[in-house]
Design a protein around this ligand. Structure first.
Ligand code: CMC
Length: 392
């Protein structure tokens, strides 16, 4: 009905109205519920930001403590679920395991599936936030064949995630406040980014009234691609290759500009930001601080900084307004923390979970919502008659 026009990549199509996240791509501004990203990264915590995104306001002390307590109490996963997580091939990509695991969670909590009952939706929200922390740590451990640890309720969300990921069983675990703070900040920076590819996926799946688990599991799959969340892993692969080839950043940049074999500078460019990604600016500072605090003088960081320097002064990148995005420096920090490359995108998913949930909930409670069903312009064959197999 009406005139249908094609808009590849939805460059000019708004899929919804939203009150959650504001981006001004020309100015490089990002705000969650009106709060500037740098203030939240500096002063808030991941769970507080999750509450803000989902409920629209910063929590009072009482609301904050009740929410944190409730998430904490649900971090344990069912024993059968632990077994399930151990059944994937050890070198299978953790993003595939993660989306399977989040989808499978729904089978353990059938009482949390009604998308229209507010209490049930709140339960699913808490269960997903709580279990994703445990699941993400198990992704690391199962990929190494290491025993899975149980949550420790006395520790904070990020601190206990790191303990479950890295602690040696039965050994005392001392968390490093520099690492805890840096990861807290990174998760906050990833928590939402309006209608990106994975969030749009979550919304379109939910628009069929699929449950929250099914919707965010689909989001994880959308995030896995190298043009989206998979870019953080792809950046490290790129830096490794440059290093292995003698560390010549200039020659690599020549290949990017010549579009040789379609090679791109991973971690650069963005559909919306035509200026420095405000998240990347914070991540870059953090990378410097974390790597020097951990005493990891990474040659890859030097290569990354050289690539950025070349790009910011080169006509190819300037004319196309290509700047570092959030993924450019994150992998270097995760690596310094002890994560393997294949864990970088699951960490992005852990951080993005509150945003997906908030966007799904906003959509489900919006009376304007209809099932997501784009139109097309048909360009195939016109009508023709079926021919029997023997005559073809
Ligand atoms: N390296 C080299 N050239 C690039 C890059 C890049 N990273 N990104 C864009 N270009 C060029 C592109 O070739 C095109 O040039 P031309 O006009 O000569 O054909 C022009 O810039 C416009 O690019 P586009 O592909 O039309 O832009 P888009 O808005 O469709 O794509 C993007 C955005 C993020 C997919 C793209 O910039 C890209 O592939 N970047 C590398 C992957 C990456 O870092 N992704 C993470 C995105 S941020 C966080 C997240 O979502 O996970």
């Amino acid at each position: 009905t009406g005139m249908v026009t094609v808009d590849p990549g939805f460059m000019n199509t708004a899929s919804c109205e939203s009150q959650i996240t504001y981006i001004d791509g020309d100015e490089g501004i990002l705000r969650y519920r009106g709060y500037p990203i740098d203030q939240l990264a500096e002063h808030s915590t991941f769970l507080e930001v999750a509450y803000l995104l989902i409920h629209g306001e910063l929590p009072t002390r009482e609301e904050h403590d009740a929410f944190v307590e409730r998430v904490n109490r649900h971090t344990l996963v069912h024993e059968d679920f632990r077994t399930f997580m151990g059944t994937f091939p050890r070198n299978g990509h953790p993003m595939a395991v993660m989306s399977s695991a989040i989808n499978a969670l729904s089978t353990f909590y059938p009482e949390s599936l009604d998308p229209f009952d507010p209490e049930t939706v709140e339960l699913a929200t808490v269960l997903i936030l709580a279990k994703t922390r445990t699941i993400t740590s198990y992704l690391h451990r199962t990929s190494r064949g290491e025993p899975l640890l149980y949550p420790d309720y006395s520790r904070g969300y990020v601190e206990d995630f790191l303990r479950m990921t890295f602690a040696v069983p039965y050994m005392q675990y001392e968390s490093d406040p520099i690492v805890v703070n840096a990861l807290e900040k990174l998760l906050i920076l990833h928590a939402d980014h309006e209608q990106n590819c994975s969030t749009s996926t979550v919304r379109i799946v939910g628009s069929s009234h699929a449950n929250l688990y099914a919707s965010v599991a689909a989001g994880i799959n959308a995030l896995s691609g190298p043009l989206h969340g998979g870019a953080n892993e792809a950046v490290l692969k790129m830096l490794d290759e440059i290093k292995a080839n003698g560390g010549d950043a200039t020659d690599f940049m020549r290949r990017v500009k010549d579009k040789e074999d379609g090679v791109r500078l991973m971690g650069f460019g963005h559909r919306v930001y035509k200026n420095y990604d405000p998240r990347a600016a914070i991540v870059k500072q953090s990378a410097d601080a974390v790597l020097s605090a951990l005493g990891k003088n990474d040659e890859l960081l030097d290569i990354a900084m050289r690539l950025e320097e070349i790009a910011l002064n080169d006509e190819y990148f300037i004319s196309r307004k290509l700047y570092p995005n959030v993924d450019f420096y994150t992998g270097l920090i995760y690596k310094a923390m002890g994560f393997s490359d294949s864990m970088f995108t699951p960490l992005f998913a852990l951080g993005r979970m509150p945003g997906w949930i908030a966007q799904w909930r906003e959509m489900m409670s919006d009376p304007q919502t209809k099932i997501g069903r784009p139109r097309q312009i048909y360009t195939g064959a016109t009508e023709r008659d079926y021919q029997d197999l023997s005559t073809r």
